[in-house]
Design a protein. Structure first.
Length: 234
């Protein structure tokens, strides 16, 4: 009926190990022209198309264990009460440079590191260490270094170009025209690319102001990537 307010479809949780990009936050649906946005519980969320619009379905709910430190628990959104992993600083305080990520059984999945301030001119502020794999590090494209780092810059350039597609073409195809018709200019910012030696492991770009993380390898532990994203958002 003309003038009847459209009801939002139910946004059901998705499995945390579903392939694809993810975001961190409370946004369920972004605001659009003459339409308020929807928010929900803080979570790791995945973009899903519903009724021609883009929604962000929860995959892992985020609980802060200690307000004085960066300590978190992530819970499976599809199985209430089921712990996925914990994130806690190795040194026991907000100034900690290393963060342990452990599964529900207490087994370590890997470490999230914060780059020392002296190195942040050439290396991104956060990086990962997953057992059995090279360190997952993001170097700035102008940083000088080894041959592997130079190769990484080449990969960064390729992914940077792909990043613009993530923010525009992919949005319009996967989420409908709603993704780009909010009557305000959408500014693209350069994605960040994390590489394991010369292999691209993880990228993050922006879609309408929201950081979209995209794992690029099959071996990268998603819960470790979730932890990095949660720490970066705080």
């Amino acid at each position: 009926m003309f003038g009847k307010k459209k009801v939002d479809p139910p946004v059901v949780p998705v499995r945390w190990d579903t392939k694809g990009g993810f975001v961190v936050g409370e946004v369920v649906r972004q605001s659009a022209f003459r339409k308020k946005g929807l928010v929900g519980r803080r979570a790791v969320r995945m973009p899903v198309p519903l009724d021609g619009e883009r929604y962000f379905a929860p995959a892992a709910f985020i609980e802060q264990r200690d307000p004085e430190t960066r300590s978190y628990e992530l819970y499976d959104a599809t199985e209430p009460g089921e712990l996925l992993c914990t994130v806690e600083p190795a040194s026991g305080g907000r100034g900690g440079e290393r963060y342990h990520v452990r599964d529900q059984a207490g087994q370590e999945l890997g470490l999230v590191f914060r780059t020392p301030a002296a190195k942040r001119a050439v290396q991104h502020g956060w990086w990962l260490r997953q057992p059995g794999h090279p360190d997952v590090v993001a170097r700035y494209h102008w940083a000088k270094g080894s041959a592997k780092e130079i190769a990484g810059r080449g990969a960064d350039a390729a992914v940077r170009g792909a990043g613009y597609l993530v923010g525009s073409v992919v949005d319009s195809v996967l989420y409908g025209e709603q993704a780009g018709d909010n009557h305000s200019p959408t500014r693209s910012t350069k994605p960040v690319t994390w590489c394991a030696d010369d292999e691209v492991a993880l990228t993050v770009g922006h879609t309408q102001g929201i950081k979209l993380y995209i794992p690029q390898t099959t071996w990268l532990e998603r819960r470790l990537a979730f932890a990095l994203a949660v720490l970066r958002q705080e």
